[in-house]
Write a protein that binds this ligand. Structure first.
Ligand code: ZN
Length: 208
């Protein structure tokens, strides 16, 4: 009887020849999404879909499977490997200009304060600063809003950079999607499956 139990247990354990992702939870197997030209749809945040969305797109024949995990999903009628990289069959033309959001503003400024230059990946440490203060008629536009750390924002108060003697490190401008993509390459996410690396080019050095 004891040997039966041991056998059962062994059948659930990965053998040495099987890679780790054969056994990992499907929730930990997102698919990297590429455009039809094999460029990622977005670098930051990186375009990834859950395994469910990826499989749905495969069944609807909207995407091509470029690479797969070893992880297999079984149903009574079929067995298939989860896609790790998928590419859209129809090319999606990227917008020329990004939407004006806090995240995109911080990405334009590479998550660094444009007064003191301090960089942080913690969005909560950054603030939205009106270069020409609102009370002086300053608008909430790409050209009048910049990224500032809280201490600099507090120090500047309701003054212009000139009044506060706090010159800006860069002139705020409307970025293009291309510029944001370029900036996003400096921020690789923590999770990167090895099959993704052929399709991503990071400016920052990656951990081996
Ligand atoms: Zn600062």
């Amino acid at each position: 009887m004891l040997s039966d139990i041991d056998l059962t247990d062994d059948s659930h354990r990965p053998s040495l020849s099987q890679s780790y992702d054969t056994w990992t939870s499907p929730e930990k197997c997102p698919a990297l999404v590429l455009n039809a030209d094999y460029q990622p749809l977005s670098y930051f945040p990186l375009s990834v879909w859950s395994w469910q969305s990826a499989l749905k797109a495969v069944f609807l024949e909207r995407v091509q499977v470029v690479s797969e995990y070893d992880r297999v999903i079984r149903s009574p009628s079929c067995e298939l490997r989860l896609p790790s990289v998928i590419a859209l069959k129809e090319y999606v033309t990227p917008k020329l200009f990004p939407t004006f959001t806090r995240f995109n503003l911080f990405l334009r400024d590479r998550f660094s304060c444009q007064y003191c230059g301090q960089q942080t990946r913690l969005v909560r440490d950054l603030t939205f600063d009106h270069v020409i203060p609102r009370r002086a008629g300053g608008k909430t536009t790409w050209e009048n809003v910049t990224t500032s750390c809280s201490p600099c924002n507090l120090r500047k108060g309701g003054r212009t950079p000139k009044e506060a003697v706090m010159p800006l490190l860069s002139k705020p401008e409307q970025p293009t999607i291309h510029q944001l993509q370029k900036n996003g390459r400096a921020f690789p996410p923590n999770y990167l499956h090895e099959s993704w690396r052929d399709y991503l080019y990071w400016d920052a050095e990656l951990e081996p």
